[in-house]
Design a protein around this ligand. Sequence first.
Ligand code: F6P
Length: 342
Amino acid sequence: MRKIGILTGGGDCPGLNAVIRGVVQKCLMNDIKVFGFKKGWQGALSGEGSELTFDLVEDIHTLGGTILGSSRTNIMKIEKGPEKVRAVIDKLGLEGIIAIGGDDTLGVANKLQKMGMNMIGVPKTIDNDLSCTDYTFGFDTATNIAADAIDRLHTTARSHSRCFVVEVMGRHTGWIAIQAGMAAGAHMILIPEFPKSIEDVIEVVVDRQWREKHYSIIVVAEGFELSGMDQENIETDDFGNVRLEKKEIGPKIAKMIEAKTGIITRATVLGHLIRGGTPTAFDRVLGTKFGVKAAELAIDKAYGNMVALQGTSIIAADLEKAVTIQKRVDAEFYENASYFFR
Ligand code: F6P
């Protein structure tokens, strides 16, 4: 009987379990066994995991997180990492691996594919920054939670005539910040794609005071950097990503606003709150469709591809292209949002 591996790597994301269920259901119905690796590439290195059955994945699409666990293990940084993965694949008799992850996890899958191992990618990240797909699953849930939180901050900010700086995830791009900020009526949105200085921010806050709008909500993506400021030297993870939680851009901007304007300013860092919990209906359905399509690619032995959403269709995109080009917020979207920066 044919057999395929599956793993979830990188930061978890609502909708992962829907993908796993989709893959397992479709593969088992086509006589392909599915081996679930524990903790992402860490499991593929050690062989830790077990076979997934219909019963094990029943109804899991409504659950947040991942039943397989995740890690940020970079096998390219481990001595003989790829060789160890190849040995595990051979030992377990797998045809290949379905890797569910963001740019780091799928970047590794792409390298292994080039080394002759069979890989299929599924685009996962709340950050929504993978190219070739209109949306990654998890993004919808994260932005809805963030928008709800910003709505709530509006009422307390208005009651106390305060300024709030709300920091949301978004390492390289500002998709979450712009989507949630626009939905919840932020007075300014700061994202990595479009530089702004502290003076630009203060101008909006002070102008609102003048217009007797005695409160402001500023939404900032964690990866944003104020223009004209010195870069800090901050530690990185296994993939070379800066540990952004140590940078605290939101609290920093809040302190600067208060110091320069005298307006009481608070910072709220939403952090992992928007990544946890149950997925929205959109993410459950997108995850399920991605899982089924990934299984279809495995059935057809169409390796080296990543499943993707284009328009309303689920298609197979080239894995290499998807991991090498980053999808960034475009000028038109930012311009639309900026009409409301006042
Ligand atoms: O998975 C992407 C992401 O959510 C980024 O937005 C964020 O910078 C990072 O994960 C946080 O990683 P960790 O959970 O390891 O702190």
